[in-house]
Ligand binder design. Structure first.
Ligand code: V47
Ligand code: SF4
Length: 396
């Protein structure tokens, strides 16, 4: 019998004790919990209970391995035709002069800035604007691949794809094939927000629907490609909405097995139309990571995005189901600092990131974008001096 069977008894002082113990038994037996049980965990599972279960699954799947990669971001524009109420980033077309709109050449300059750096991935995502159409992106992707063929291109979300395919009058199937042929290797998880149709309409009205988001990922997976998924939480949603979101992802993953990582994104309230909302507590963040880990039994990885969460909380998350802390990051990422993230100028050296992981007793593994292990770092192997030159990136 696993030690959790006894150890978790005292953690379950709840009117729903019997149901919680049943969930514990299911998790320990490797069985899937259902939506009702997921909601019950949010309502009645205390942090130590859900944390222990999530950590059990995390260690069963990944042991102490904790992954990061070396990536940089390009945000083509922060001007957007949409008006998502949680977004602190977009400068509407009427305030266009406050934003930026990079040309292909300017973006290639960013790519070239990393020519002598051992980065393995570029993550491209930004606002939606008519001039960034299918032709523009195909040309950009081809130029990046021509310049640096081995760089993994993780680019755009269904929000952009839906818009540019509609404008180009191509089907999703045809569009995703064109995108794949132009060099895109994988899709990041953005644009998922929250799948409940009514709430999505309220906070992200006008952009691709939940069904369209899922459909684009499904088609992408059918081409043998991988993608990530996110959930924006801590705004107006209920626990039922969160579990509904996880359920739709789990069910698509059963079909395609194309998702690599789930990334919960905590709503930050600086400078947006939902600024009147309080941000949720760290306890809520950790419970959300843990329950995501428990619910998404067919996802290999749960990622904490450290620039948004902050370093200490990212460390803490590693005990609550998280096994990935994303990557090193540079000055070109504005979306989180503009939304009020803990990290106003997010950048970490490889040594710092490795230390962050090892300092809480986990193994620091550098991965590529599809989770092949590039290197494991031994404790004490890296010092600030040996890596400073790689990741002391310029901060705006
Ligand atoms: O879809 C926007 C979120 C997402 C706010 O796949 C906000 O590896 C919090 O998806 N508070 C885009 N979040 C970023 C994204 C992502 C990030 C890191 C790694 C990966 C990956 C994907 O950012 C948007 C939206 O949900 N966002 N505004 C805000 N105020
Ligand atoms: Fe545009 Fe994305 Fe911001 Fe919505 S979240 S307004 S789609 S940049």
């Amino acid at each position: 019998m696993h030690y959790l069977t006894d150890d978790l008894e005292p953690a379950v002082q709840s009117p729903e004790r019997e149901k919680l113990l049943r969930i514990r038994d299911k998790v320990l037996a490797g069985e899937r919990i259902d939506a009702e049980e997921g909601v019950l965990l949010f309502n009645y599972g205390n942090l130590s209970f859900v944390g222990a279960l999530a950590n059990f699954i995390r260690e069963k799947k990944q042991g102490d391995k904790t992954y990061f990669n070396r990536n940089f971001h390009i945000e083509p524009t922060n001007v957007c035709i949409y008006t998502c109420s949680f977004c602190s980033y977009s400068r509407l077309i009427k305030k266009r002069e406050e934003g930026w709109e990079y040309t292909q050449e300017q973006m290639m300059d960013i790519v070239r800035k990393f020519d002598d750096k051992p980065v393995t991935e570029v993550h491209i995502v930004g606002g939606v604007l008519p001039k960034y159409d299918l032709e523009f992106y195909v040309s950009l992707f081809k130029a990046i691949k021509q310049h640096r063929p081995e760089l993994h291109l993780k680019a755009l979300t269904p929000v952009e794809y839906h818009y540019i395919f509609k404008k180009a009058k191509v089907s999703y199937e045809e569009g995703m094939r064109i995108i794949s042929d132009s060099g895109v290797d994988s899709l990041p998880g953005g644009g998922a927000e929250i799948f409940d149709e009514q709430l999505r309409e309220k906070i992200a009205g006008g952009k691709c629907s939940s069904a369209e988001w899922l459909s684009i990922h499904k088609i992408w997976h059918s081409l043998g490609k991988r993608s990530n998924a996110t959930m924006l939480y801590g705004h107006l949603e209920s626990y039922e909405h969160r579990i509904d979101h996880l359920e739709r992802l789990r069910s698509l993953q059963d079909e395609t097995k194309g998702f690599q990582t789930f990334i919960p994104l905590k709503f930050r309230n600086k400078d947006n139309e939902l600024s009147h909302l309080d941000e949720v507590s760290i306890i809520e963040d950790l419970k959300n990571y843990a329950i995501s880990r428990i619910y998404l039994d067919n996802f290999d990885h749960i990622k904490a995005y450290w620039p948004m969460l902050g370093r200490d909380h990212a460390q803490l998350s590693l005990a609550f189901g998280v096994d990935d802390v994303d990557g090193t990051i540079d000055d070109t990422t504005k979306i989180y600092s503009m939304a009020g993230s803990e990290e106003q100028s997010p950048s970490m050296t490889t040594a710092e990131l490795v230390h962050l992981i090892q300092n809480v007793g986990r193994r620091a593994i550098e991965r590529d974008s599809v989770y092949n292990i590039i290197r494991e770092y031994a404790p004490g192997e890296l010092t600030q001096e040996t890596t400073k030159s790689y990741y002391q990136l310029p901060v705006a």
